[in-house]
Design a protein around this ligand. Sequence first.
Ligand code: SAH
Length: 215
Amino acid sequence: MDRALQRAMILSKKQLAVLLSKMRTFERPDVQLEQYPTDGEVAADILWNAKMAGELNGRTVADLGCGTGILGIGALALGARHVTFLEVDPRTFPALMANLSKLEADTGKKYGNYEIVEGDAAAFGGRVDLVVQNPPFGTRERGADVEFLRVAMRAAPVVYSLHKTSTEEHLKRVVAGAGRHLAALTRYEFPLKQTMTHHEKRIERIETSCLRIVS
Ligand code: SAH
């Protein structure tokens, strides 16, 4: 239990980054599903930007391809009204639930305002105020990234979506094609802490871009 956090009525960005950096990640990542967790500092930065833009507090949020839940959990911590965690691989759920318990232990609050849904993002038909997602990059299953982006744009007026920087130009066209506006693009480089057998180097850095899409 973190007493300093519990005393703070509102989390600072640094406290959020520390909280999220302590979350559990994939135990046995599935390469085909591109299970790479978002770095804690990166997740905190994305969510903080959404909070500062007035897009998070009191809003309904979906975390598509949530994995172990870092983005949705950060959204809960920053005052989202409700979070939908959607994930196709239920093997991630024990870590997701442990992370939700950790959030409650660290902040001393109960969060009943979320649901965990097992399913394919392509079939998501929900409507929310905000989608925040780090989907597969489409390197294993071609087009998976674009599919997630299209679903997110249908589901919400505001979307923060993390992608591989090399796919930026293509995704910009997808956004424009959907009649939506790319309001910001922020680049992040973060280490892939996990060792997957097909990786040659032990520590690989990955260049990513977060697209902020509005109506
Ligand atoms: N959003 C998490 C996980 C990123 S990795 C984080 O930021 O840490 C991408 C996640 O998308 C994995 O958990 C993977 O299992 C999930 N995923 C892949 N294809 C999916 C699909 N079709 N529908 C739902 N989830 C999917």
